[in-house]
Every structure is written in C-alpha cells, then in structure tokens.
Design a protein around this ligand. Structure first.
Ligand SMILES: *Cc1c(COP(=O)(O)O)cnc(C)c1O
Length: 465
C-alpha cells in the first residue's frame, strides 16, 4: 500500500495551506507567517505531525475523539456503509437502516424523556434546529410571542447565525451583526470571575437567580427557552457549582420555560455520565449533540426531542418546514452506531465515572500546588488550570496583565513539548480521549508540569510576576 499522503515537505504543505486554505477562527495573515502545523496521522491518543513528532492529544481533536484514534470498528462501519449505500436522504418519506437504528439506540442511551431525534450535520446546525423547534412549539400552542431564548455570556453554541447568536462570545458578536433578534444573555456561573466574596454553593444559587431576573425583565409570557452547556467547554471548562443547575431547573419549571441542554461536548461520557444533564441533575426538554456521537470520525449532529415537545409537533404541528440534506446521513449514522456500541462495550462512561475521572481529579489537585495555578478544576475527563500570579501562601491570586498572554505562552511550550493543551484566555484546558489510561494520565500530567515550569521560568525572566 502506498501512503495516502503525497511526499511533500512540511514547508511545501505550509505554503499550499497558506495560499488556499482559510482556517476557522484564525487570523489568516499571522498564521500564514508562522505556518500551520501539519498533522498527518494518529493512533489511540497520539498524533503525528509532518516532521514525525509524536504529540499527546489532550483535546481529543476538538473535544470529539472520545474513543481515541484508529478504532477498527468505526473504520469498518464506515467502509461497509459506503459500499452498501453511501447516501440517501430522509426528505422523500424515506429512511435508511443506519439512521433508524441510531435513532433507536439514542433513545436508549439518553434520559427517559427522550424517544425521538432530529438529525443535523453538526452542533451548530443542531442549535439552529433548537431555535426553530422551540419557536415552532410555542407557535403551535398559540403563543407565538413566546420566542425569546435566554443564554449566557461566554457560552459556545456554534458558529452559524443562530449558533453564534445563542453563544455569548463577544468577539463573535462583534462581527456580522450578531446576535439575531430574540436572544438574551445572562452572566455565566463562573465562580472565580463573578463569585465575589460568596461561597461556591451560594454563588451557584445567585447565578441561577439571574435567569429568574431575566425572565421577569423580558416577561415570562415572552420567554421560550433557556439554553446552556452543563459545563461550558470552549468558554474555558467552567464547571458550575453543584447548586446551579437544580435551581435553573426549578426556575424553568416555575415559568414553563423550556430547558435546552447543549450536550455537544458533555454528551457521550465526557463527564462520567452519558450526558451532562445526568451529572448535574436536570431534565432538559431538548438536548443538542454532535462531536462525541461519532467520536469525530465523520460529521454528525442532532437534537434529542423530549416527549413534551415531540407530542405537540407530531399531533398538532403539521409539516415542520426544516431539515438538512445530511439529516440522518447513513455513513455518519453507521459510524455513530459503531461508536456508541464501542463506548458501551469498553464501559467508557463507567470507567470515566469510577476510575479515570477521579484519578484525573487527584492529579489536578496536585497540579493546583504549582505556583502558577490559581484554580484547578475537573469534571469527568475535562480539566482546567487557571494561570495567575499567586502571592505567598494563601494570598488571593491576581490575574496576569492581558498583554502577557500567559495562556498563549504556556500553549507554546505545550506545542514544543509534544502536548496539545488549549488556552482560553488564562485557562489551560484539556478534554482527552475517554480511552486514556491511568498511565497515560500520569504521562500527560508530567508534560503539563514541565510546561508550567517552563512558563514560570519565562515569568521570572520577563518580570511578569
Ligand atoms: C462545538 C460546539 C458546538 C458547535 O458544533 P459544530 O459541530 O462545530 O457546529 C455547539 N455547542 C457546543 C457546546 C460545542 O462545544
């Protein structure tokens, strides 16, 4: 067999990349100057770049390769389906076996209120579907004015017009006239930034109370839904206090507001439960998923539709004028089936809940002793280290000057030392593949510590402390 990668040098790849490929969320000019890192292969939790370097991928690609790279069952499922039936749509009163079987299996692994799914091609599209669906729901029930969706600052719900509007990223809102009308935002449950002098639990209740204040300000008869990620992922792996979500649920129930859980990252075992809502104790009406549903091997997203909404759409709705060419793509669905069955077979959810998740928490407690780390948090197999200037013992940590860009400095060391760890502002975050072993967690922790030490040395050298 010949290699699928033509023999080009790294420089040749970079030149062609800079000439033709506009990357997502990228300053095109500055990347063109530096040159992309070209990833050519991967196995288990390790990537290989075009210079032959081995890199530990502590981000699972982009939060998605939950079963790790190179899983034969997923490769076989895709190959088989490509030969049998590479595509057929679900528009023409037709369906394909993989889409039907996946819908059935999703109903089994999701919480009991879900027995139906609407497929999309991505998480962003899934959230577009959410907007259409909650507004349609209230419309059918004779409340078309109930159209406002409440979300949170620093949330990430995708990059389409609706996804970016639901999200609370100020940089994204600053470009292209966002958010679209009818989306409101409240402050995020980020204790370190917004907690003031409150204890964590008390802050959780206060932060949830902001939802009630917003509902009252907008008018309860105008609010359609609240959407949130159980743990904010792209916002920096912000794990809310345990008091937060139950209070959000209570407030949604009180005003009849639909609760939407964006499980694109938290779904499929990431938190040590099948879905993040199960970890935090909510009963969402809709659940967006993508990423881990196929472990990223092929694109797929969708929305689990709770019985409360499905009943209205089905019995009173007539035609729902919405859908995507790739809603229920047979190859994506076949891979998702193989992926979910593999998660079940390897007991990955239980493993994260009972073994590797608690072990990562322990390792992060040790990393919290590092002089650069002001906060260390984990949830299942996700983690965040907040880098800040710590005073001698016990003092409150102070943030670095923004010009320092401490996160990017640390990320540079990670890149150079064979570790993919992402920087969100000053938070260094991970979401490694769920197949990761304890020994691999140790290997990752050693790399993280080395990169923190190198970053600390930079701080001393440059007088950033
Ligand atoms: C990644 C992500 C999305 C968007 O998914 P895409 O597949 O990139 O469109 C939506 N919500 C959350 C929570 C995400 O992390």
């Amino acid at each position: 067999m010949t290699s699928t990668v033509p023999p080009r040098t790294t420089r040749e790849w970079q030149a062609a990349d800079a000439a033709h490929f506009l990357h997502p969320f990228t300053d095109f000019q500055s990347l063109a100057k530096k040159g992309s890192r070209i990833i050519t292969k991967a196995d288990n939790i390790y990537l290989t770049d075009s210079d032959g370097h081995r890199i530990l991928d502590a981000m699972s690609g982009l939060w998605c390769v939950n079963v790790g790279y190179g899983q034969q069952a997923l490769i076989d499922a895709a190959t088989r389906q490509l030969k049998e039936l590479p595509f057929y749509n679900a528009f023409f009163q037709t369906a394909t076996p993989p889409a039907i079987e996946l819908a059935e299996l999703l109903s089994e692994v999701t919480p009991p209120q879900f027995s139906r799914v609407f497929f999309s091609g991505s998480g962003s599209e899934g959230n577009d579907t959410v907007v259409r669906m909650v507004r349609r729901y209230w419309d059918i029930l004779g409340h078309p004015q109930r159209s406002v969706i409440i979300s949170r600052n620093n949330a990430y719900h995708g990059s389409t017009m609706a996804g970016a509007s639901l999200g609370g990223m100020s940089g994204m809102h600053a470009q292209g006239g966002l958010p679209i009308p009818g989306i409101e935002h409240i402050e995020q449950p980020y204790w370190f930034a917004n907690g003031g002098d409150l204890g964590r639990d008390e802050f959780g209740r206060v932060a949830a109370g902001w939802l009630e204040q917003k509902i009252l300000a907008v008018g309860p008869d105008k609010v359609a839904a609240f959407i949130g990620e159980p743990v904010q992922g792209a916002g920096g792996v912000i794990v809310p206090p345990d008091t937060y979500w139950p209070e959000i649920q209570r407030i949604c129930d009180k005003y009849g507001v639909l609760l939407v859980s964006d499980e694109v990252i938290c779904g499929f075992g990431r938190t040590g439960h099948w879905f993040g809502c199960e970890r935090f104790g909510t009963r969402p009406d809709l659940m967006t998923f993508a990423k881990g549903v196929t472990s990223g091997y092929v694109p797929l997203g969708g929305v689990m539709v709770g019985d409360r909404i499905a009943k209205v759409l089905i019995e009173q709705g007539g035609e729902f004028e919405h859908g995507y060419t790739y809603s229920g793509h047979p190859v994506s669905c076949a891979v998702a089936l193989a992926n979910i069955r593999l998660i079940q077979e390897l007991k990955l959810v239980e493993r994260v809940r009972d073994d590797t998740g608690p072990y990562l928490a322990q390792v992060y407690t040790q990393l919290a002793d590092h002089p650069l780390v002001a906060e260390a948090q984990t949830c299942g197999l996700m983690g965040a280290l907040l880098l800040a200037r710590r005073d001698a013992k016990g003092g409150r940590a102070r943030p670095f000057a923004p010009e320092v860009g401490i996160g990017m400095v640390c990320r540079g060391h990670c890149f150079a030392n064979g570790l993919i760890m992402r920087a969100v502002g000053d938070r260094m975050i991970i979401a490694p593949p769920l197949v990761m072993t304890r020994a691999q967690i140790d290997e990752m922790a050693a790399l993280i510590r080395r990169c923190l030490d190198l970053t600390l040395a930079d701080c001393h050298r440059n007088g950033w402390l």
